[in-house]
Design a protein around this ligand. Structure first.
Ligand SMILES: Cc1c2[nH]c(c1CCC(=O)O)Cc1[nH]c(c(CCC(=O)O)c1C)Cc1[nH]c(c(CCC(=O)O)c1C)Cc1[nH]c(c(C)c1CCC(=O)O)C2
Length: 368
């Protein structure tokens, strides 16, 4: 329904790049572009709970549009304001967002013998029904965007979601995650498979609602060895890109470009290039030109990859970093979506991010 229902897209630079087409300049956006570094985010959120904002399509769409309005003409995509942890919530787990700390699961999964594991494994989850508020936010945002830029949908990768479900939040040692994947490997895989299936349906429903491209975030992939990445992360990332196009076809929907971002899994670049993902997200551990060469060999597009910390270094540091990317990523006329190597952090000054976008435009040949 989407394209008939919404205003035609005026800026299709990002979608064309994601499909491998030649473009006049590289498209850009940044992960976490709607968030705490923006004063207008705090204003819109007020003293409301984070997940309450996610569940309110009006507020979620307002926050999604904030960076698009602020950086009008400089950024080429919006990403729906939501969180990867809505899937564990849909699976029946409680997640709260604690100010200054991040997400907390009051009752994480302990062992496969626990009643909770058995219940979650057995529970039928209807993501179409339970996460209806995300699709409503997407449809409303597409309407409000009015074709200005395309809209990203997203989900967390199975491995990263499992980390949160067993750790109960962020972690430094990943003790519970390692216990699960090494000691309870078979039970972990059952859960990962269940999450992967939910991710496929969740992304498909986001596309039906109006998402024009989707990204899968495997934020904790870098905690794994190459062998365990293959075992507990890669297979499930692959499941998602293999099954989403099929599911969309079943639903009578066109397929959309798919982006994978496996943070820290630099060793897996060749493997990721051999999947059905159209775009491979790169963190800042990658050297642009080496990664670009590999991706080009497989006909894949890359996205990234400035160190988000460069935003603290002032204009000169930002210019140097952008120059390194433009040179390394083939001049930016094909195969590169400019981004940071991870999300923009809360301490960044919005004007420094603006300068980053301006430098991408300037150094890739098109001054604004
Ligand atoms: C690991 C992860 C999470 N959530 C997400 C990831 C994957 C990306 C990544 O690795 O950064 C994904 C995410 N979370 C959020 C978005 C919105 C869209 C966007 O990128 O602008 C996206 C794409 C909003 C958010 N998600 C969260 C906020 C801040 C909430 C607040 O305090 O107001 C926002 C705007 C909270 C959140 N949610 C999560 C954490 C660890 C935190 C707290 C720490 C932090 O903010 O960086 C889990």
């Amino acid at each position: 329904m989407s394209d008939l229902y919404f205003k035609p897209l005026q800026n299709d630079l990002l979608l064309r790049t994601a499909r491998g087409e030649k473009v006049s300049r590289p498209p850009c956006w940044v992960m976490r572009q709607a968030g705490r570094y923006l004063p207008e985010y705090h204003k819109a959120k007020g003293n409301r709970d984070f997940f309450e904002c996610c569940r309110d399509p009006e507020i979620a769409s307002e926050i999604t549009l904030q960076p698009i309005d602020r950086y009008e003409g400089l950024i080429d995509a919006a990403i729906i304001f939501s969180d990867i942890l809505v899937i564990p919530q849909a699976m029946g787990m409680e997640v709260i967002m604690v100010d200054g700390k991040g997400p907390v699961f009051p009752e994480p999964l302990h062992t496969p013998e626990d009643k909770q594991y058995v219940e979650i494994m057995e529970r039928e989850v209807d993501v179409k029904e339970t996460l209806g508020y995300v699709y409503a936010a997407i449809t409303l945002t597409r309407k409000k965007l009015n074709g200005r830029v395309p809209l990203f949908g997203f989900c967390g990768a199975p491995f990263t979601l499992l980390c949160y479900m067993v750790e109960g939040g962020g972690s430094r040692t990943f003790q519970q995650t390692k216990t699960w994947i090494y000691k309870y490997n078979a039970e972990s895989k059952k859960m990962l498979q269940k999450i992967a299936e939910l991710c496929v349906e969740y992304l498909a429903q986001q596309v039906i609602a109006g998402a024009q491209i989707v990204q899968v975030f495997d934020s904790w992939a870098g905690e794994l060895s190459p062998a365990s990445f293959k075992d507990v992360a890669f297979s499930y990332l692959k499941y998602i890109c293999d099954h989403l196009p099929k599911r969309l076809k079943e639903l009578g929907e066109e397929k959309v470009p798919m982006v994978v971002f496996a943070k820290g899994a630099w060793y897996a670049l060749e493997d990721l290039c051999q999947t059905k993902y159209d775009v491979i997200g790169l963190d800042w551990l990658h050297d642009p030109s080496s990664a670009y060469k590999v991706a080009q060999k497989y006909g894949k597009v890359v996205q990234g990859n400035a160190d988000p910390g460069v935003m603290y270094g002032g204009h000169e540091a930002i210019t140097t970093s952008v120059k390194g990317m433009v040179d390394g990523f083939g001049g930016g006329k094909q195969g590169w979506i400019a981004n940071l190597g991870h999300g923009v952090t809360p301490g960044v000054k919005p004007d420094d991010l603006k300068f980053f976008f301006q430098e991408i435009h300037r150094l890739s040949g098109i001054a604004t």
